[in-house]
Design a protein around this ligand. Structure first.
Ligand SMILES: C[S@@+](CC[C@H](N)C(=O)[O-])C[C@H]1O[C@@H](n2cnc3c(N)ncnc32)[C@H](O)[C@@H]1O
Length: 271
């Protein structure tokens, strides 16, 4: 079969289902184990390749995200193994990494803690791009195991601790970063199928008002943050004011916007 015909058909099928048609090329390229930019160079695909492509396209049509179909995702230029039991890294969270790297460099921070590490995407990206000792925690043993694998595959050394938030932590850190669950419980039931069906609720549900984890962090972070240390948190686009209120005991430094111009990352200082 001509690959161009297959691509056109796949794109129109995804479009008719309200799915970004570009995903057709991502699915086809991943299945053929090549880059999207190589696709125009391929004329024919073998019948068995067509079968494999259609099998993966069927998953995408069932709203499975491309990252979940192929069990890996790219984040901050690195590759991360993932599965249905860990959150797929979101592009907007790269803003948190970028912000953390800026504060690490400008303030010579040497120790960091990543709370709620999931796939480890934040911890691994920071450890990969800065000279800093990183500790990362999650309540999920499965997430910790995946994050350990991601650290190893990306050649960084991270101290992983399975912990319910701060419970099993000791010591002080120059920097605490976190992308905690922050979606209101009620909203979790109404999320897009791509999120609701394929990301674990443990990674999403932030309690009745979505702020449970920020409350825990606000109440405990001072015990684990060095004086003059920084706290960098991802937030929901509409949570800036509420989170600022919760962190009244810390100095608000800035709120960084995501690629879509929405409030996404808040920085506080322990002074
Ligand atoms: C929004 S995900 C963030 C994952 C990753 N840091 C990222 O940015 O893609 C939140 C993570 O918090 C973890 N989590 C949920 N409740 C927790 C708790 N009580 N203590 C520690 N981690 C928790 C979940 O297992 C999940 O991995």
């Amino acid at each position: 079969m001509k690959l161009l015909d297959l691509r056109k058909l796949a794109k129109s099928e995804l479009r008719s289902l309200g799915i970004d048609e570009q995903d057709a090329d991502f699915v086809i390229a991943e299945t053929l184990n090549c880059r999207v930019t190589d696709l125009p160079l391929i004329d024919e695909v073998l019948p068995k390749q067509v079968v494999a492509i259609n099998k993966n396209l069927a998953k995408r049509k069932a709203k499975m995200p491309v990252s979940k179909i192929f069990r890996h995702a790219y984040f901050y230029g690195l590759e991360f193994k993932i599965d249905n039991k860990v959150l797929s890294p979101r592009q907007d969270s790269e803003i948190l990494v970028e912000t953390a790297l800026k504060f690490i460099e400008n303030n010579n921070l040497t120790t960091a803690l990543d709370l709620c590490t999931g796939s480890g995407c934040l911890a691994v990206s920071v450890a990969k791009h800065a000279k800093i000792s990183v500790t990362a925690t999650d309540i999920s043993t499965h997430a910790i195991n995946i994050a350990k694998r991601n650290a190893k595959n990306n050649g960084v050394d991270i101290n992983f601790v399975k912990s319910d938030m701060f419970e099993r932590l000791t010591g002080k850190f120059d920097l605490i970063i976190s992308n905690p669950p922050y979606i209101e419980t009620q909203t979790c039931h109404n999320l897009d199928d791509e999120v609701r069906l394929y990301d674990p609720v443990l990674a999403l549900d932030g309690g009745a008002d979505g702020l449970d984890f920020y409350r825990i962090i606000a109440a405990n972070a001072k015990n684990f943050l060095a004086l003059g240390g920084y706290l960098i948190l991802e937030i929901g686009y509409n949570q800036k004011r509420a989170v600022k209120n919760l962190f009244k005991d810390y100095n608000f430094v800035e709120c960084v916007l995501d690629y879509g111009g929405r409030d996404r990352v808040m920085v506080f200082k322990n002074e």
